[in-house]
Design a protein around this ligand. Sequence first.
Ligand SMILES: Nc1ncnc2c1ncn2[C@@H]1O[C@H](COP(=O)(O)OP(=O)(O)OP(=O)(O)O)[C@@H](O)[C@H]1O
Ligand SMILES: O=C(O)[C@@H](O)C(=O)CO
Length: 420
Amino acid sequence: MSILLGVIADDFTGATDIASIIAREGMQVAMTIGIPNEDFDIGEAQAVVVALKSRTIAAADAVSQSLEALAWLQHRGARQIFFKYCSTFDSTAEGNIGPVADALADALGAEIAVVCPAFPKNGRTVFNGHLFVGRQLLQDSPMKDHPLTPMRQSDLVALMATQSAYPVGLIPYDVVSAGDTAITQAFEASIAAGKRHVVVDAINDDHLRALGRAVRDHKLLTGGSALAMGLPANFGITPKPASDASKVVDAKVKTAILSGSCSAATRQQLARARDLWPNFKIDLEALADGRPVVELALAWASQQRQDQPVVIYGSADPEEVEANQLRYGRQRSGELMEHALAEIAKALVSDGVHRLLVAGGETSGAVISALDIKGLSIGAEIAPGVPWTVTLSQTPLQVALKSGNFGGPDFFERALEIAG
Ligand SMILES: Nc1ncnc2c1ncn2[C@@H]1O[C@H](COP(=O)(O)OP(=O)(O)OP(=O)(O)O)[C@@H](O)[C@H]1O
Ligand SMILES: O=C(O)[C@@H](O)C(=O)CO
């Protein structure tokens, strides 16, 4: 069967985010970790989400991986391609959003591509081309201190223009609120004006649904997951009741919460989790000194009660992260922590942990890659953009990959409540 929608996501949490939104709107979704083999079984999937870990790698590598994913999706007949990036436009000085969007537009022969990271349910809105996180401009939000992709500019037209080789336009709020016909006309005017990428304002879900209708014939869409909300309807698909596919694992399974996310939201969630459950902090300095931190964490975990989750985290406040980065370098600090958490995940799973909650996009990428998981099926939504998933592996694991900034303060408790 040919697929309708092909999604290329630049990180794993973002991939589960968009997969859960598409599934909620009624599409059968398969999610692959990395570019799948030719024989990857997509079953009855109408949409396939290819999860890459390409957000912070070299731009040239992000482009080549994305093009490879595109080729795979085209081979499966995908009628429309969606490049999913973060709702806070997480990117480095080199990209990778612009270079990947350019390359996909070229490969598809797309004359225009929307740029819309808005995710109103999670407080991300775009107004006059500026990205807001709650009431703050992106550049004033905690994203300015992100360990890997500090965002210090909120004007998406300017940001995209520095990353892309093509002219960038804007479809502002007044046009968007006039509805899909007005948006369609504005896209035509943008093409006539020589624009290739167009930032589109959206401050609520109605705007995104109108935009979804207006882009029904576009070959390439780029944006956050909420832009996908209106797409299944373009293919005549209607929403289905919530799935309970996540509840395949016994309720009393051993559970671990692993966090490398240093976002304000995760730190608040962790503060609550630490009050409730046994917890262990990974010391980056000890890791850098080559001390056996992973072994210590595992020995500690093995002494904890089996009927409650263990919480293992590296997450730290911006001052501590900055001090670590000054001492060990930004990339090395991130890699040391990701590697340690991934090794811990591997050992915990072989020791019988069957339910994992992982916080942080890069961290999730490291953990899922280390576990050698090839795909995930999407289950119940814990919070907007964060579903439970079940791994497509011989011994299925129940996994939730939480984007750093997603979820309320009680996210971890809520996740365990609905896990079964
Ligand atoms: N104590 C620490 N010092 C320095 N870096 C750290 C520390 N703890 C974690 N890190 C690194 O910070 C980075 C956090 O990125 P990650 O993508 O995992 O979380 P996030 O940015 O909050 O999530 P998302 O990308 O979903 O928004 C990782 O590379 C992680 O290894
Ligand atoms: O769009 C978002 O905010 C998330 O899906 C994400 O990509 C965070 O890493």
